[in-house]
Design a protein around this ligand. Structure first.
Ligand SMILES: [Cu+2]
Length: 449
C-alpha cells in the first residue's frame, strides 16, 4: 500500500522492506550518484544548505520544502517507488511502540556517537574531531508541542498574521528543539545536512505546514497570493530561491552547467502541499487515459505508463515505464494546484493538439504521437474560459474524444460538445445530462461517480 503511491508517511510505520529501500537509496546518493562537478548527490545537500540556509526568515518553510521536494526526486531517481517519509517527533525514535526503532544498523545507524552502519562511509567534517555522522540523542521524547497546538498557533488571528505566527511556532518550538534533541551533526546548523535523518526531520516540518495548508475551511492557505499573509511581499518570499536559481555559484545551478530554475516562494510547486498521509482531505487518486496514435498513455496520480497497443486489449508497456509526469516539464501544472494534488484529471487528444486538465485549469499542448510536446503560449488557462457555466467549474473528471463529438464528465453528469480540433466548441442542446442514461450497471456507475 505504501510503496508506489507517492504518499509520505510516518517512517516508523511503513514496512521494513520499504525502510530498507529508503536506506539503500540514501546510500546510493552518496556512493554512486554524482553531479557533473564530481560531487555526490549526498555531499551536495550539505553544500546547498551551507550556501543558502534560510532559517530566521519568512522563507524558512518554503526553502526547506523545495530542498525536501528535490531530495525526494533524487531518491526516486534511485528507486521510483519511494517517498520522503517523515519522523514524527512526538514519538521516541529510539524505542518506538511499534517496535520500529529508527536508530539501528539496519536503518539510520546509532543514536549515540558515530552513526556507524549503514552510514559508516558518510563523511562529516563537523568540528570536535568527528569525521563521520554522529549523534547525541537525548533520552525520552523531545519537548515539542502536539501537532494541533503547533499548527493551531495563530488560527484565531487575522488572516494576514496566521502564516507568520504558525511559522515561528513551528521553527522555535519544534524544529529547533528537534534538532538539538538529535544533537551531534544535526545539532549544528552548518553540518546538519550530512546526516540523512535531517531529511526525515524536515519532512515532518513540511508535513505540518501541509496539514496547516489543507485545514478545512481555509482554502486561501493554498493560494500563492494569500498563503503568506503580510509576509507575502517580504523580499525573501519574492526573491528567487537559491542556490537553484544559480545566484550562489554552486554547480550545477551555476556555470558551466547552468541548470538554473528561477522561481520564488509563491511558485505553485512550492505552495502546493506535498502528499502527506496527514493532509486533511487527501485527494482521490486521479487517473486519465490518452489515445495517441500507436501509443496509449495511462496516468495515475503523478505517474504514467506508455503502452503500445492496437484498437483493443491491454497491449504492452513500453520499456522505462512507469515514470513521473514531472519529466513532461509542465512545472507546477499537474503537480500542485491549490491542493488538488496528485496528477491530472483528464486528457483529450484533439488532432494536432492535446488538452490536459488538472483542477480548475488546463493546458493545450502541440505534440506528436509520443513525448510531452510543447505547451502553447498563454497556457495554463482556467476551464471557466470554456463557457460551460457551473459545469466543470471545480474541474472535470474525464474527457472522451468521439469523432465529431467530445464528452466531458463531472461526477454523475456529462456534456456532449460539438467542436473542432481546438477551442471549446458548443454544448449540444439538452446537456448536461445524467450518466444514468448510459445504462451502466449500478455498482459500476457508483464507483465511476
Ligand atoms: Cu533544520
Amino acid at each position: 500500500m505504501a510503496l508506489n503511491d507517492l504518499i509520505r508517511r510516518n517512517v516508523a510505520e511503513i514496512s521494513e522492506t520499504e525502510r530498507n529501500r529508503l536506506r539503500d537509496a540514501f546510500i546510493a546518493l552518496s556512493a554512486s550518484k554524482r553531479y557533473p562537478d564530481g560531487v555526490s548527490y549526498w555531499d551536495k545537500q550539505n553544500a546547498i544548505h551551507q550556501a543558502t540556509h534560510v532559517h530566521g526568515t519568512p522563507a524558512f518553510l518554503a526553502w526547506h520544502r523545495e530542498l525536501c521536494n528535490r531530495l525526494e526526486r533524487l531518491l526516486r531517481e534511485v528507486d521510483p517507488s519511494l517517498s520522503l517519509h517523515y519522523w514524527d517527533w512526538t514519538t521516541d525514535p529510539t524505542s518506538n511502540a511499534d517496535g520500529a526503532r529508527l536508530f539501528t544498523a539496519e536503518f539510520m545507524g546509532s543514536a549515540n556517537g558515530d552513526a556507524g552502519r549503514p552510514f559508516q562511509d558518510f563523511e562529516s567534517t563537523e568540528g570536535n574531531g568527528h569525521k563521520r555522522v554522529w549523534r547525541a540523542v537525548r533520552s525520552g521524547l523531545p519537548a515539542v508541542p502536539a501537532d494541533a497546538a503547533l499548527i493551531g498557533t495563530g488560527n484565531d488571528a487575522a488572516e494576514a498574521e496566521q502564516f507568520s505566527r504558525m511559522r515561528e511556532a513551528l521553527r522555535l518550538m519544534a524544529h529547533d528543539v528537534a534538532h538539538s534533541y538529535i544533537g551531534g551533526t544535526i545539532g549544528q546548523q552548518h553540518f546538519a545536512f550530512h546526516d540523512p535523518f535531517v531529511f526525515l526531520l524536515h519532512s515532518n516540518v513540511d508535513r505540518l505546514w501541509a496539514k496547516w495548508q489543507t485545514a478545512r475551511g481555509r482554502a486561501w492557505r493554498k493560494n500563492p497570493d494569500r498563503i503568506y499573509g503580510r509576509e507575502g511581499t517580504d523580499p525573501t518570499i519574492l526573491s528567487s530561491i537559491q542556490p537553484w536559481a544559480g545566484g550562489t555559484g554552486l554547480r550545477p545551478w551555476a556555470p558551466p552547467e547552468n541548470q538554473q530554475v528561477v522561481k520564488n516562494c509563491r511558485d505553485l510547486s512550492v505552495v502546493g502541499p506535498p502528499l502527506y498521509d496527514t493532509n486533511e482531505g487527501l485527494p482521490s487518486s486521479k487517473a486519465a487515459a490518452l489515445r495517441s496514435g500507436p501509443k496509449t498513455y495511462f496516468f495515475a496520480g503523478t505517474r504514467y505508463i506508455r503502452v503500445t497497443r492496437g484498437n483493443t486489449g491491454a497491449g504492452t508497456i513500453d520499456p522505462g515505464y512507469p515514470t513521473n509526469i514531472s519529466v513532461w516539464g509542465w512545472g507546477s501544472f499537474g503537480e500542485g494546484l491549490f491542493g488538488l494534488w496528485g496528477g491530472i484529471d483528464a486528457a483529450l487528444d484533439s488532432g494536432p493538439k492535446t488538452y490536459f486538465f488538472a483542477g480548475t485549469r488546463y493546458i493545450r499542448v502541440t505534440r506528436g504521437d509520443t513525448g510531452p510536446g510543447t505547451i502553447d503560449p498563454g497556457y495554463p488557462r482556467n476551464i471557466s474560459a470554456w463557457g460551460w457555466g457551473n459545469f466543470g467549474r471545480n474541474g472535470i473528471d474525464a474527457a472522451l474524444d468521439s469523432g465529431p463529438k467530445t464528452y466531458f464528465f463531472v461526477g454523475d453528469r456529462y456534456i456532449r460538445v460539438t467542436r473542432g480540433d481546438t477551442g471549446p466548441g458548443t454544448i449540444d442542446p439538452g446537456y448536461p445530462k445524467n450518466i444514468s442514461a448510459w445504462g451502466w450497471p449500478a455498482d459500476f456507475r457508483d464507483s465511476w461517480v
